[in-house]
Ligand binder design. Sequence first.
Ligand code: ADP
Length: 494
Amino acid sequence: MDKPLKILFATPEAVPFAKTGGLADVAGALPKSLQAMGCEVKIIMPYYRIVKGSGYPLQYLGVEIEVPIGDEKLKSDIYLSHLNQEIPVYFIGREEFFDREYLYSTPKGDYFDNAERFIFFSRAVLIFCQQMGFSPDIIHHHEWQTGLIPAYLKSIYLHDPVLAHTASVFTIHNLAYQGMFKKEKFSLTGLPTEMYNPEGIEFWERINFMKAGIVYAEVITTVSQKYSEEIQTPEYGYGLEGILRKRRENLFGILNGVDYGDWNPAHDPHLISRYDGNDLSGKRECKKDLLKEFHLPPSLEHVPLLGMISRLADQKGFDLLMEILDELFSLDLGFVLLGTGEQKYHDLFTRVAHQYPQKAGIRIAYDDQLAHKIEAGADLFLMPSKYEPCGLNQIYSLKYGTIPVVRATGGLDDTITPYNPTTKEGNGFKFNRYDAKEFLDAIKLAISYYSQTDHWKQLLRNAMTADFSWAKSAESYLQLYRKALEKKRGSISN
Ligand code: ADP
């Protein structure tokens, strides 16, 4: 039998400690599945202000590490907490860098010293391992904030007794955020100057931490198969498509799983009434409750109710929605949206609420409970994204019997299959081109099935029985960890 793998998760965020997006859900859930499969997992992340004030039990470890940044050596305190009471979570502390209101940026823009902050964190991860004598088989690290880790492993720590055998797996959750900085910051990394070249960390005379992860990790992953293909094209590659193509043999897509402990209408504490595929009467109660919540007319109970929960950002396809608003609201339907983000969209949806008070319910907020109520109370869920590395809401929607209408991109394409009335297969509706008319046609098609009871029941059955739990994805990661280790061993023996 294979011996248990020792895995260190190096991440800039993880639930329940700190979250800005889907990465935090992954970093809080995948370690649990891996541990259940027999791996020995530890997590390491920055000690942000929000962690300090979280109320979670935190132990000051009493060890201090020194992290070189340029000519200086900066001290760091280490704290320890646990995920699920069994997985150790180590926090790298340094007030000057992490005791701040936000994680990476304020509403005015990125923190000016993000390069220093995440050079410090990435280097600290490795010094922490050295000092604790912890020799992980794999460092699984995430996003640009940790992109330098494999560059260090391949240079400064190449012959280190603790880290020489450690392989790295780098996961890209969103290629649009790359961590690019002035080339003058390169000297702060302490990396050999040869690494500053177009085949390495340099990117058009700047340094790029995401690129470092892509170039130097043994294995690279993204959060869906389709996105791993898309990012190799100029349309989705943000300038890194060439380097990604070069590494395509080591680039894989693994779909994020869902934590059905949190997202299951059969035991969701946020709902007025619970339900499952055998008895949908609770879903009807949830729809009534949702209409009430948004002060919409109860008569909308009998027409399709369209839902959206989203960051209000260009990525999510709101320009398509804008183009079709008039025609959409000329149809017999209701619409509810929950979201926050860019001001232009706050303004747009405030206008929509005024213009269509009998049909549109808008809430500009971040509200977890309302998100659950929309998943349960809506009939259709709209995700017309321009790009979507994985997407979680469409997967939640399936479980809640809320049929997704999505654009065929990234994880949306991998999880949603168009309904076929002949074979009775499929779990949603999908359009291909980023085009408002295609989006509207897909919504109209979905609505046409809503009134055909047999087809609609079949669709709900297909959607609600789909299984996207973590176990399958965790198994795929395990295989990739073994592949990364083989690669590392191969590179040592050569
Ligand atoms: P992304 O990571 O691009 O924002 P995902 O679909 O992968 O998109 O994940 C978004 C997560 O954030 C989901 O769990 C979704 O329910 C939640 N979410 C997004 N906006 C809101 C909001 N305004 N209120 C509550 N939850 C939200």
